[in-house]
Design a protein around this ligand. Sequence first.
Ligand code: HEC
Length: 189
Amino acid sequence: MSSQDINDPLLDHSYDGIQEYDNPLPGWWVMIFWVSIIFAIPYTIYVHFMEGNTIQAQYEKDMADNTLNLNLEADAATILAMSNDPDKLALVAGSFGTLCAACHKPDGSGQMGLGPNLTDKHWKNAKKLTDIFDVISNGVPTTAMAAQRGLDKDQRVLMAAYVVSLSRELKEGLPPEGEEILSWPSETE
Ligand code: HEC
């Protein structure tokens, strides 16, 4: 299999005195080459001119699959209703883990120097339920709490509901900050 052999036939051309041995490419390589070309013809026709699954189409489908399409209103009644709906809360539980837990802890009990305890009845930025949605949507300027641009409206409504659900059960963590709101989470405003 050595690439050249002194007995190989020489090709008859000569460039500036340089000559080549006649070493054809291995058969398996040439076979892959031709098979690729033959495969490419129907493949190109199917993907570009027929109903073939382009990367663009696949991207659009994936985006549609990831959109909840619940068209939730960001009002107190909806947030409260969702906070009592475990199936809906489950849709954002994973996002809380990846987007929020780093500062607020996975159980919401807060992290010293990072994010406040979300499980107590004290709130720094919220006077009514919809304020929680606003904090998630817009962040709290000049603090580490950033606007959650990666979440669409449905997801932000559900995330607000998730926070409300966390606030129903006090977890040992950071001491309370802000004003106490005792009426939550039963009332709607
Ligand atoms: C980089 C750290 C960080 C991340 C990540 C983060 N937060 Fe915060 N969050 C904060 C800080 C700091 C505050 C307090 C802001 C202040 O001082 O008013 C806060 C405040 C809040 C408040 C208002 C609490 C109150 O007492 O008024 C809510 C609700 C909240 N975060 C929810 C979330 C949710 C939901 C996520 C994930 C989508 C999240 N946060 C991600 C740092 C973070």
